[in-house]
Design a protein around this ligand. Structure first.
Ligand code: IMP
Length: 428
C-alpha cells in the first residue's frame, strides 16, 4: 500500500497559523517535513497552556514517536536549530526522531551579516523588511553553486576549501562595499566543525526516509513556512522571501514526487496581515487594524515587529487556491473577528476606473489599486468554545460559506482560539 502526502501551506503573507494547524493534524501523520525557508519562520504551537515557538524544527516535534524531517530545500542555521533542540530536550519534550538532509544549505554567519548590511543599504522605498536571518544571501549562494551544505560540515577538508573561497569573496563585499569589518576564517571554521559534530547524528538521506515511509503506507505532512504571496516566483516580487512556500515547492524541497500529494490545506487567516515591506491593498490603517492587531496578538514571532492588519483579500485568496491546487481551507482566528459590527472582504482591485478580480503581483500596480469591499454583518457571541459548525452565530456561518462559494474549496477546519482543541473540524 502506498502512503500519501498532505501539504499545509500559507495562503497569504505568512503568519496564518500554520504551526498550529500542523500540530492539530498531528495524530493522523507519521512524518512531518519542512521543505523551504529557514529561521525566518516562527511557528507558534500552544499545548496545555504552554507556548512553543519553532523557527526551524518542524512543528511535529511535540508528538512522540513521529519522524520530523528538515529537507534539502531548507536553509539551516545550525546555531538556531541546536538552541531549539536543546531547549526542547531541557523540557523533556523532544519526542520525535529528527532527520536532517545532508543537502540542505547552511546559513553561515556571513549570510546574516550580509542580509543586514544589504537591507540597511537599501533606500526607504526599496527595503524588503527582511528578518535579517541570512535567508536571501544563503539561497543566492545555493543557486550560484558555491553554498555550504550540511554534508560539508561533516567533511573538514571540503569545508575548509569552500569556506575559504566564500569568505574571501564575502569579506571583499564587507570591506569594499558595505564598510563593515571582515569576518575571521578561523573562528567560523571552528564553529562550523563543532556544528557538524552536533548535527551528525541527525544527518541522513531525507528523500529516501520520506519515500520509504510512503512505501510503507505512511502519511507525510509537508509543513510550509511563509506564504504564497511571499513566494519568490508567485508573490509580490521583490517584496518576497527567497524560497518557494507554495505546494509545488514541497516536492522539490524534499525529493518527493508530485503524484503523492493528495491534499493541500491552505491556511487562511480570517482577516489579513503582513509583516515587512510591500503592498497590502486591503490594509486598514485605522482603528479596526489596531483592534485586529491587539486582539489577534499580531506581532512577529521571529522579529517581534507589529504586523500590518486588514481585511481578507478574496482576489489574492482565489489566486492562492489556483497556485497551490488547494483542496481544503483551514480558516484560523475566526474568533478575533468577534465583536466587530461589520466584517469586510476585498472582492476586487480598482485601478483607473476598472475593477479586476484576478490577482497580479506586480508591486507598482498593487501599490496603486483601491480595494473594492463587500460588507458582512459581524457577530458578538463568544465562539471560543464552539466545536460544531452549526453552533456558530448565523453571521459567522454566512462569512465561512461565502469563502467556500467564492473559492470553490471547502473550509474544513475553523480556528476559534489558540489552544490545540479550540477548533471546529468539519470534513478532513
Ligand atoms: P526574509 O525571508 O527574511 O528574506 O524576508 C523577506 C520578506 O518575507 C520580509 O517581508 C519578511 O517580513 C517576510 N517573511 C519572512 N518570513 C516570514 C514569516 O515567517 N512570516 C511572515 N513574513 C515573513
Amino acid at each position: 500500500m502506498k502512503g500519501k502526502v498532505e501539504a499545509i501551506i500559507g495562503a497569504q503573507w505568512g503568519d496564518e497559523g500554520k504551526g498550529r494547524v500542523v500540530d492539530s493534524l498531528g495524530d493522523r501523520v507519521d512524518v512531518f517535513a519542512r521543505y523551504q525557508g529557514g529561521a525566518n519562520a516562527g511557528h507558534t504551537v500552544i499545548v496545555e497552556g504552554k507556548k512553543h515557538v519553532f523557527h526551524l524544527l518542524p512543528s511535529g516535534m511535540l508528538y512522540s514517536g513521529k519522524t520530523c524531517v528538515i529537507g534539502n530545500g531548507v536553509v539551516l542555521d545550525p546555531e538556531q536549530l541546536l538552541n531549539e533542540l536543546s531547549e526542547l530536550q531541557g523540557k523533556g519534550e523532544d519526542r520525535s526522531r529528527l532527520v536532517i538532509s545532508g543537502s540542505a544549505h547552511v546559513v553561515m554567519p556571513y549570510h546574516k551579516k550580509l542580509d543586514q548590511a544589504q537591507e540597511a543599504s537599501r533606500d526607504q522605498g526599496s527595503k524588503i523588511g527582511t528578518t535579517g536571518r541570512g535567508i536571501g544571501p544563503c539561497y543566492v549562494d545555493k543557486y550560484n553553486r558555491c553554498g555550504i551544505r550540511v554534508e560539508d560540515l561533516l567533511d573538514p577538508e571540503a569545508l575548509r576549501e569552500k569556506l575559504e573561497s566564500n569568505l574571501d569573496e564575502k569579506n571583499l563585499l564587507f570591506t569594499k562595499i558595505y564598510d563593515e569589518a571582515p569576518l575571521s576564517f578561523d573562528e567560523i571554521y571552528r564553529q562550523a566543525l563543532s556544528w557538524g559534530k552536533s548535527l551528525e547524528p541527525y544527518v541522513d538521506d531525507a528523500s529516501l526516509v520520506i519515500n520509504e515511509a510512503l512505501n510503507n503506507g505512511q502519511t507525510v505532512l509537508l509543513e510550509g513556512a511563509q506564504g504564497t504571496l511571499l513566494d519568490v516566483d508567485h508573490g509580490t516580487y521583490p517584496m518576497v522571501t527567497s524560497s518557494s512556500p507554495t505546494s509545488a515547492g514541497g516536492c522539490v524541497g524534499l525529493g518527493v514526487a508530485p503524484q503523492y500529494v493528495e491534499k493541500v490545506y491552505g491556511v487562511v487567516k480570517a482577516y489579513l496581515t503582513r509583516v515587512g515591506e510591500g503592498p497590502f491593498p486591503s490594509e486598514d490603517k485605522g482603528d479596526t487594524g489596531q483592534y485586529l492587531r491587539d486582539k489577534g496578538g499580531e506581532y512577529g514571532a521571529t522579529t517581534g515587529r507589529p504586523r500590518k492588519c486588514g481585511w481578507l483579500d478574496m482576489v489574492a485568496l482565489r489566486y492562492a487556491v489556483r497556485i497551490n491546487g488547494m483542496t481544503h481551507i483551514t480558516l484560523t482566528k475566526l474568533d478575533v473577528l468577534t465583536g466587530l459590527r461589520e466584517v469586510k472582504v476585498c472582492v476586487a482591485y480598482r485601478s483607473n476606473g476598472e475593477d479586476r478580480t484576478e490577482f497580479n503581483g506586480n508591486i507598482r500596480y498593487l501599490n496603486g489599486v483601491e480595494p473594492v469591499y463587500r460588507s458582512f454583518q459581524g457577530w458578538d457571541e463568544d465562539i471560543s468554545s464552539v466545536r460544531d459548525f452549526d453552533d456558530l452565530p448565523d453571521a459567522a456561518r454566512a462569512y465561512v460559506r461565502y469563502i467556500e462559494e467564492e473559492t470553490g474549496v471547502p473550509v474544513s477546519i475553523i480556528g476559534v482560539g489558540p489552544e490545540r482543541d479550540q477548533m471546529i473540524v468539519r470534513d478532513l
